[in-house]
Design a protein around this ligand. Structure first.
Ligand SMILES: [Zn+2]
Ligand SMILES: [Zn+2]
Length: 130
């Protein structure tokens, strides 16, 4: 089961809904992978086919762009393989191509508005989804 949060800015009309975690359907990595780009899937296939895979972690995460502050949901994948090797997908901002960092729900709510820079977005509701 995943959860999410709807946030809005008190000053401008910015609002968005973000999700994290996994639904019952996307617990299956093969289903979850459909969210990824072709290039990302090719990299993952390459690792899976050429190494001893120990464990694959996958779930949706909240991210924030280092450059423009845009908030979004991305499919996170971490593959542990061979002897303590770890592969993680990197995320770039869809708006400015900046680097996106993983953040917590609290950090989402305490972020500045990416549009007008007004401090503290307001959380309007929490969502539970499956
Ligand atoms: Zn705003
Ligand atoms: Zn950005």
């Amino acid at each position: 089961m995943g959860n999410g949060v709807s946030i809005q800015c008190k000053k401008c009309d910015y609002s968005t809904t973000l999700f994290e975690g996994l639904g019952s359907r996307t617990q299956d990595f093969e289903v979850f992978r459909r969210e990824l780009t072709k290039k990302e899937n090719e990299i993952i296939d390459f690792i899976i086919n050429n190494n001893n895979i120990n464990k694959i972690f996958h779930y949706n995460v909240y991210t924030k762009c280092e450059k423009c502050g845009d908030l979004s949901t991305v499919p996170y994948v971490e593959i542990n393989y061979d002897n303590n090797k770890v592969f993680k997908l990197d995320y770039e901002c869809k708006l400015c191509k900046g680097k996106c960092n993983l953040i917590s729900e609290e950090e989402v709510i305490n972020s500045k508005c990416p549009i007008c820079n007004y401090e503290h977005l307001q959380s309007v509701r929490n969502i539970f989804w499956d």
